[in-house]
Design a protein around this ligand. Structure first.
Ligand SMILES: Nc1nc2c(ncn2[C@@H]2O[C@H](COP(=O)(O)OP(=O)(O)O)[C@@H](O)[C@H]2O)c(=O)[nH]1
Ligand SMILES: [Mg+2]
Length: 221
C-alpha cells in the first residue's frame, strides 16, 4: 500500500517535470522572465504584484497568471491595474502544476511580454514541490506569520531565489525576531536575495522593482 502511494507521487512529479521543461523552453523562446510567487494565504502576494505594476508600468510589459482554489478575486485586482491576467482555479488542489500553467499561458495569448508572474495557491508546502517552468521561485513571508516559519517550512525557502519579508510596517506590533529570520534564511539558503518591504506603505518597494528590472534586462540581453 505504502509503496504504491510513493510510486504514484513519483509518476505525477515526473510528468510534471516533463511539462515544466517544455514550458521553460517556450518561455525562453519568448524572451520572458517568469517568476513563481509563493506564500501562505494573506502574506501579500497580490498586493506586491499591484505595487510592482504601479512601479514598472510603462517600462516593462508584464502579465500575470493567478492561481487560486475557487475565486477570481485576485485576477480582478490585477485586471483593475490594467495588466493582462489569466485565472486558474484548481478546484481544491493545493498547488499549480506545469500543465495548468501551459494552458493559462496559451489563454493569455500575449506575445510581447517581458515579465510573467505566476501567483501560486496560498500554501507554504505543496507549491514548493512543483516546477512550473519558471526562471526562479520567490517566496513571501509576512511579519505577522512569525520568524519561525523559515525553519518550519524549509523547502520553500531553500528553493526560492528571492525571499520577501512583507508587512514590515507591522514590526513594532508583532513579535517578529528580525535577527533570527536573517540567521535562519542564511542557514537554509545562503544564496537567496532578501527584500524587506511593506506593500502597505511602499517602503522597500523601489529596491525590489529596481532589482526586478535588472533581472528582466538580463533575460532580454
Ligand atoms: N499592514 C500590511 N498589510 C498588508 C501588507 N501587504 C498586504 N497587506 C494586507 O494583507 C492582506 C492580504 O494581502 P493579499 O495581497 O491579498 O495576500 P495574498 O493572499 O498573499 O495574495 C490584505 O488585507 C492586504 O491589504 C503590508 O505590507 N502591510
Ligand atoms: Mg492573492
Amino acid at each position: 500500500m505504502g509503496t504504491k502511494q510513493i510510486r504514484l507521487e513519483t509518476n505525477l512529479l515526473g510528468a510534471n517535470n516533463m511539462m515544466a521543461v517544455k514550458n521553460r523552453r517556450i518561455f525562453k523562446e519568448a524572451g520572458l522572465l517568469v517568476i513563481n510567487l509563493m506564500s501562505s494565504p494573506g502574506s501579500g502576494k497580490t498586493t506586491l504584484l499591484e505595487k510592482t505594476i504601479e512601479q514598472i508600468q510603462g517600462y516593462i510589459n508584464m502579465g500575470v497568471i493567478e492561481g487560486d482554489l475557487y475565486t477570481d478575486q485576485d485576477a480582478l485586482r490585477i485586471e483593475n491595474k490594467g495588466v493582462k491576467v489569466v485565472q486558474i482555479n484548481t478546484e481544491g488542489t493545493c498547488h499549480l502544476d506545469a500543465g495548468m500553467v501551459e494552458k493559462a499561458w496559451r489563454d493569455l495569448g500575449e506575445e510581447n511580454l517581458q515579465l510573467l508572474f505566476i501567483e501560486n495557491v496560498g500554501n507554504l508546502v505543496c507549491p514548493a514541490e512543483f516546477d512550473l517552468g519558471e526562471d526562479f521561485k520567490a517566496v513571501i513571508l509576512s511579519t505577522t506569520e512569525g520568524n519561525d516559519k523559515v525553519l518550519k517550512y524549509p523547502l520553500v525557502f531553500q528553493k526560492a531565489r528571492v525571499v520577501v519579508l512583507n508587512k514590515i510596517d507591522l514590526l513594532p506590533y508583532v513579535d517578529f525576531d528580525l535577527d533570527a529570520f536573517e540567521r535562519d534564511i542564511a542557514a537554509v539558503n545562503p544564496d537567496t536575495v532578501v527584500f524587506k518591504l511593506s506593500g502597505r506603505t511602499g517602503e522597500g518597494i523601489e529596491e525590489w522593482t529596481q532589482w526586478l528590472t535588472k533581472e528582466v534586462g538580463r533575460v532580454n540581453l
